[in-house]
Design a protein around this ligand. Structure first.
Ligand code: DAH
Length: 343
């Protein structure tokens, strides 16, 4: 039996060398073969019972030594394999930090949103809250509650995108319905602006698009007058276009304001003399505004004997075009990088 144990030791230690135990799987097979439950060493131990009382402890001790030697050799080999595997992985995953990186092309805000953010900053600085509202709107809010009842020409099918045959649900044609939504939901006094998309059945050309943007503004409080409207808008224009920029207010008509006006800004190109940009006028139209009609206040549950207010609606594309001297509205929507990169 001694010889058998010696033989197992010799054979096993040889087998654990890198040539025959090249992988973790090889090593595991060898472990089973020599040290496993049905392995060679166990087979020898099973025969211990046949030994004499003197022989048994001697062989027993020797068997233990062989087991320890094999276990140690196995463990050593396992460590060597693990180290080799790690080396291999490190080599495979090595990163060459000297290779030049890939350049990422960073975009920036769209010029129209730059203009909008400037407007928002100015109004927020004056205590206004910025509201967001639905683009799919009820005609009730877009028209009725703004004093443009049945039969008003702006409700015509040729101007408005309706979703249904009885003209109740539509793409809003102006941001003015946000005036009503604010009146119905907010505590008085109110100071809001509401920017967003609006839709009208217009053909695309240098100054028209079936989708464009407006910024609605509204103030309601006790004792609010037309002088507040003019003062506020003049301040905004000077902050947007520079100190000393002149404005002019012309009488106009809107169903939801009384009196109503349009505000022009003196042409930035010619300083009011008249040129191609202002079509010889010296002035460029910027927005519609007015004192909120008492009927509109009343419909929203606000007493016009106690409260008064003003409102305005600015065309955002036009503001951006003026701000950045853009000649054609289509450039704003085409998303041509050669154009956008300039801002
Ligand atoms: N909603 C008007 C339009 O689309 C613009 C406008 C005019 C808004 C007067 C107002 C206002 O709030 O008071 O042409």
């Amino acid at each position: 039996m001694k010889e058998k144990l010696e033989q197992i030791r010799r054979e096993a230690l040889e087998a654990f060398d890198p040539a025959s135990a090249a992988t973790v799987q090889d090593l595991e097979a060898l472990r089973v073969k020599y040290l496993g439950k049905k392995g060679e060493l166990t087979n020898v131990l099973k025969m211990m019972g046949k030994l004499s009382a003197e022989e048994r402890p001697v062989i027993g001790q020797m068997a233990n030594e062989v087991r320890e030697a094999l276990t140690a050799a196995l463990e050593e080999r396992r460590k060597a394999l693990a180290a080799a595997a790690l080396d291999h992985r490190l080599a495979a995953e090595a990163v060459d930090v000297t290779i030049p990186g890939k350049q990422h092309h960073l975009g920036h805000r769209h010029p129209m949103y730059i203009a909008l953010d400037e407007l928002k900053d100015i109004f927020v600085g004056m205590g206004f809250t910025v509201l967001d509202g639905p683009e799919v709107e009820l005609a009730e809010y877009n028209f009725d509650k703004l004093n443009a009842g049945e039969g008003h020409p702006s409700r015509d099918w040729s101007d408005t995108f309706y979703f249904d045959t009885d003209s109740r649900v539509m793409l809003r044609s102006q941001t003015s319905p946000m005036q009503v939504r604010a009146m119905e939901t907010m505590e008085l006094p109110i100071r809001i602006i509401a920017p967003g998309r609006v839709y009208r059945k217009d053909e695309v050309d240098a100054t028209h698009s079936p989708m464009f943007h407006q910024v609605e503004g509204m103030v309601i409080d006790k004792g609010v007058t037309m002088a507040d409207l003019k003062g506020t808008l003049n301040t905004v224009v000077e902050q947007l276009y520079g100190k000393g920029t002149k404005t002019r207010f012309r009488p106009h008509h809107f169903p939801f304001t009384e009196p109503s006006c349009e505000m022009d800004v003196q042409c930035h190109k010619c300083g009011g003399v008249g040129c191609a940009t202002c079509k010889g006028e010296g002035w460029i139209e910027m927005l519609g505004a007015g004192m909120i009609h008492p009927k509109v206040l009343k419909m929203a549950g606000i007493d016009p004997e106690v409260y008064s207010g003003w409102a305005f609606g600015i065309g955002l594309e036009r503001t951006a075009m003026r701000r950045f001297k853009i000649a054609d509205l289509r450039l704003i929507f085409e998303n041509d990088e050669r154009f956008l990169e300039q801002f």
